[in-house]
Design a protein around this ligand. Structure first.
Ligand code: ATP
Length: 502
């Protein structure tokens, strides 16, 4: 990891990026990286709590304000290359004098001959003053790749003189992906303290720790689920596709070694109440992975760059807990208005670009399930080939699918019996969605309970159908519109006509 980080930072310094904002909590790791960028450069450090600090031994040297520190060190860049390292100064970045001094140093670094002074701001909190926006480069410390993680595990085992089988290293290394060196070492410590060695079953420990991480960060929501693929009536094409991909996720390490591409994700567009959310949960169950939800609205912040920083953190977090399923509900609302000249929102457009780039470049095993009711307002980029592995359109259930959905919901409530004439029921439920059919079953059972009738009959269900309005009546125009919009793109039918679902 360090080497990669050093290379990137060195390239920034060489290209005269004047202020580099390192958004990180572990100052020791960052000091190590900065030292390696240039051994020759003079390093002066300011710590918000201590003032002037000796960069090598961290001893406080002189109490001072950031303003006076910058005034005293701003000419160092004329004598020799200087790194100014500012720790935890994010609150000072609202002070106009500090901003002006930083701007002066930055501009001298870019424009004045013979002057080399690079400012590093190191803090866990990102504050970018508007005046410095163009002069600041944000640097995210790259996370260790698979080989580097294997190295960390191997070094750990060597230090403690324990033997870890190489297939165990391979398996747990994959689960460690997305965590930084510090976090990996903490989990290894836990595993070692727990059992005196490192074994494949410690993967569970990694998942639990990663879930803690998500809860603490608050950028994503962990979704608890119990829905299974067999709880979905119909949608046979979609279910078949998912079952195939599940084979890969269940044996990911071997699949990758074999040369299989890790599936990226799917977009499911369709009628409300037809099982899109159900599918997102059932996917995580089928793949045996944690499910996390990304709510783009929750990432929006009021300061410049805050939303983008939140998005970056959320995506990093998703990578940190990968392999996982990342669910983005109501994708059309998350990125509504992107790119349109009127009413287009600049921040949302930037977030969209950031998300798309991440999707394109991601190497982690985050499987995206994006769901949407409408594509009219959605950026067309999402529908282009190569973004998602597949685009699925979920239509209203056909007769066979309706039979299967009714049966699933009756069985779930212990009220299925073979006397129920599902064919008669399907004839009366044309245009009903999954959630409508569930309502039919729920209401019939409630009625039977109130009337003290132990067995549900076809007639009870037919009566309930009469009282339940279908989505096709309430949302007719929207449904017609969606069917028309879908034709413009290459969507695959999630439903599979003529086959029995369930
Ligand atoms: P929305 O777009 O409104 O969020 P959705 O397509 O995500 O709708 P779900 O939340 O998955 O709809 O469905 C709501 C409920 O309806 C489910 O929890 C389930 O009980 C029932 N349901 C919908 N579709 C199906 C289906 N194909 N099979 C079984 N039950 C279904």
């Amino acid at each position: 990891m360090q080497k990669n980080a050093v290379d990137i930072l060195t390239s920034y310094v060489d290209a005269l990026h004047p202020i580099i904002y390192i958004n990180h909590f572990d100052f020791k790791v960052i000091d190590d990286v900065i030292s390696k960028v240039s051994e020759k450069a003079k390093k002066v450090e300011f710590n918000n709590a201590l003032g002037f600090v000796d960069f090598q031994n961290k001893h406080p040297m002189l109490e001072a304000s950031l303003e006076s520190f910058l005034k005293q060190t701003m000419d160092y860049g004329f004598d020799r290359e200087t790194f100014v390292i500012l720790k935890d100064v994010h609150n000072e970045l609202k002070n106009p004098k500090v901003i002006a001094l930083l701007k002066k140093i930055a501009e001298d670094n870019v424009y004045r001959e013979g002057y080399r002074e690079t400012v590093f701001i190191v803090s866990e909190v990102l504050v970018i003053p508007e005046e410095l926006e163009n002069l600041i480069t944000i640097f995210d410390v790259p996370l260790p790749d698979l080989n580097e993680i294997k190295g960390i595990v191997a070094d750990y085992a060597k230090d403690l003189d324990i033997k870890v089988e190489s297939d165990v290293v391979d398996e747990i290394a994959l689960s460690f992906k997305g965590l930084n060196e510090f976090q990996i070492q903490q989990i290894l410590n836990l595993a070692y303290r727990d059992g005196g060695d490192i074994k494949a079953s410690d993967k569970q420990l990694i998942i639990t720790e990663k879930q803690q991480l998500v809860k603490k960060a608050g950028m994503l929501e962990i979704v608890n689920f119990h829905e299974k693929v067999d709880d979905i009536g119909g949608l046979n094409n979609l279910k078949q596709w998912l079952r195939r991909k599940a084979e890969i996720f269940k044996d990911l390490d071997r699949a990758i070694k074999f040369g299989v591409d890790v599936p990226k994700g799917i977009l499911i567009v369709g009628m409300p109440g037809c099982g899109k959310s159900l599918t997102a949960k059932a996917t995580a169950n089928l793949f045996e992975l944690p499910l996390v939800r990304l709510d783009v609205g929750r990432l929006l912040g009021k300061y410049v760059g805050e939303s983008e920083n939140n998005m970056r953190k959320a995506l990093k977090l998703a990578e940190a807990i990968s392999p996982c399923v990342l669910w983005i509900d109501e994708l059309e609302k998350a990125f509504a208005g992107v790119g349109s000249s009127i009413g287009g929102n600049e921040v949302t457009t930037r977030l969209f670009g950031q998300f798309l780039t991440w999707m394109q470049e991601k190497e982690s095993s985050v499987f995206i399930v994006a769901t949407a009711n409408n594509i009219a307002k959605m950026p067309p980029e999402f529908m282009r080939r190569g973004r998602f592995d597949e685009l699925f359109f979920v239509d209203l259930p056909d007769p066979d699918e309706r039979r299967s959905i009714l049966r699933i919901h009756l069985e779930k409530r212990g009220k299925w019996n073979s006397e129920i004439d599902t064919i008669a029921l399907t004839k009366k439920t044309d245009g009903y969605s999954g959630v409508d059919l569930e309502a039919v079953v729920k209401n019939a059972i409630e009625e039977a309970f109130i009337n003290d009738v132990p067995v549900i009959t076809t007639n009870d269900l037919l009566n309930s159908v009469k009282k339940t309005k279908s989505i096709s009546v309430t949302l007719k125009d929207k449904i017609d519109e969606l069917r028309k919009d879908i034709q413009k793109y290459d969507f695959m039918e999630a439903n599979c006509a003529g086959k029995n679902g369930g």
